[in-house]
Design a protein around this ligand. Structure first.
Ligand code: LLP
Length: 405
């Protein structure tokens, strides 16, 4: 059974640090990493945590301490990873329409780089030639992922060099003697079906004959985790077997043993996170009962942005009779977390917990309506550590340039 934080632990932390609050469980992250390592133990696999899911530096330090590497989606994430103590060889920067200056900086910092456009690949060739190994992010034209916003590999997606442009990639490689070490794809987030990953592998295997210095196949992230109770996530053990099978076959055909890299975000931190809020107002309208909480789309935007499901429990009255509620926020537009959701009877001042809050929760929060972002707590060795204090008005004003009247 996976490790979980109990209602009592969550309530005590909310009492001590206030709400709304994000609470993360270090041992649960470790457990997920160990599951991946075990699932892929028969292959030469490495894992790079997609830090965009949750960048608090204490989380990065924990990820480093358990031996996992880190994947970055901006130069600031690269800088944070280095500040968290990762050696450059454990840091990967995967491009998505970024300025070439960021790629040049990543090279000067000594981290791995995946490039996603012909124009940046050309600039890379002009500047670095064969002197620095490079990865190429390809768009495999595969439809995958939980919804269109998080689906990145299909044939209308902005991500990666379209695989049909491979001839131009090869021209650039020849012209600049590029040292292409990695071929990369990331087809989407919340991919349950192992066959989708297998399809991606097949697309890349078709191409490896062109890349004599290739060492790594990077399959990106996207493992699905269960959000709805009883739902299944990606069967990573089955995927581990499948990847071994495919890579062994490829080794037989081409006589080359390649490494496989993954960039899991949600898989490592989603289930390790809890978001605890307080009910401020109960309001009845006909047969609807609104539970208005001290949060909104400014703190957890996934339900409004993607229609995502987050399981909600009343941790102050868990034994109460279940009733349907509309759980809503305090932001000045309709920010509904859940409609007609059965939750144990809610009273004002009760704490509601949102599960699966570790990935893309705090990270996508904002100060909309000039409200403070939540604080963050990390539970490690059974101790709760504050890892981000709540904002203050001074923090929010710190970047304003106040003109004289
Ligand atoms: N690698 C690359 C290149 C990515 O773009 C992403 C996610 C990942 C790895 C990690 O994917 P994961 O394992 O977390 O599914 N905000 C959305 C998810 C956006 C994912 C963006 N890229 C959400 O809350 O569902």
């Amino acid at each position: 059974m996976p490790q979980v934080l109990s209602h009592q632990q969550l309530s005590e932390i909310a009492d001590e640090f206030g709400t709304p609050i994000y609470i993360y469980h270090a041992e649960r992250i470790t457990e997920q990493y160990n599951r991946l390592k075990s699932a892929f133990r028969k292959t030469d696999a490495s894992f790079f945590y997609a830090s965009k899911a949750l960048t608090n530096i204490n989380i990065l330090q924990h990820i480093r301490s358990i031996g996992c590497n880190v994947d970055c989606s901006s130069i600031n994430e690269v800088r944070l990873a280095l500040m968290a103590g990762f050696e450059p060889a454990r840091v990967l920067y995967t491009s998505n329409n970024i300025a070439f200056s960021e790629i040049a900086e990543a090279v000067s910092l000594g981290v791995h780089v995946n490039i996603d456009s012909l124009s940046n690949l050309q600039k890379f060739g002009e500047r670095f030639g064969h002197s620095y190994p490079v990865g190429i992010r390809l768009r495999p034209n595969i439809m995958a992922g939980g919804n269109l916003k998080i689906s990145t590999g299909h044939n209308k997606s902005k991500f990666g060099v379209p695989v049909e442009d491979i001839a131009q990639v090869l021209d650039l490689m020849k012209t600049y003697k590029l040292h292409v070490r990695t071929l990369h794809i990331h087809t989407g987030s919340e991919i349950k079906d192992v066959a989708v990953f297998a399809k991606g592998i097949e697309v890349l295997f078709e191409l490896i004959k062109h890349f004599s210095e290739l060492e790594i196949i990077d399959l990106g992230g996207g493992f699905k985790v269960p959000y709805v109770p009883g739902e299944e996530g990606t069967n990573v053990e089955l995927l581990g077997e499948k990847v071994k099978e495919e890579f062994d076959m490829m080794a037989k055909i081409y006589g080359r043993q390649l490494k496989v890299w993954f960039e899991p975000g949600k898989f490592l931190v989603s289930e390790a996170g809890y978001f605890v809020t307080k009910v401020q107002v109960l309001k009845r309208s006909g047969d609807i009962c609104f539970a208005g909480i001290d949060s909104g789309l400014n703190h957890l935007i996934r339900p409004m942005f993607y229609g995502s499901y987050h399981h909600i429990e009343n941790i102050s009255n868990a034994e109460g009779l279940s009733q349907p509620y509309h759980v809503v926020g305090n932001i000045c537009e309709t920010d509904t977390f859940a409609e007609d959701r059965l939750i144990a009877e809610i009273r004002e001042d009760d704490y509601l917990v949102f599960y699966n809050a570790g990935a893309y929760g705090f990270e996508m929060s904002s100060n909309y309506n000039a409200r403070f972002k939540p604080a963050e707590v990390l539970v490690k060795d059974n101790k709760a550590h504050l890892i981000r204090r709540r904002d203050t008005l001074e923090d929010m004003l710190a970047t304003h340039v106040i003109l004289k009247d």
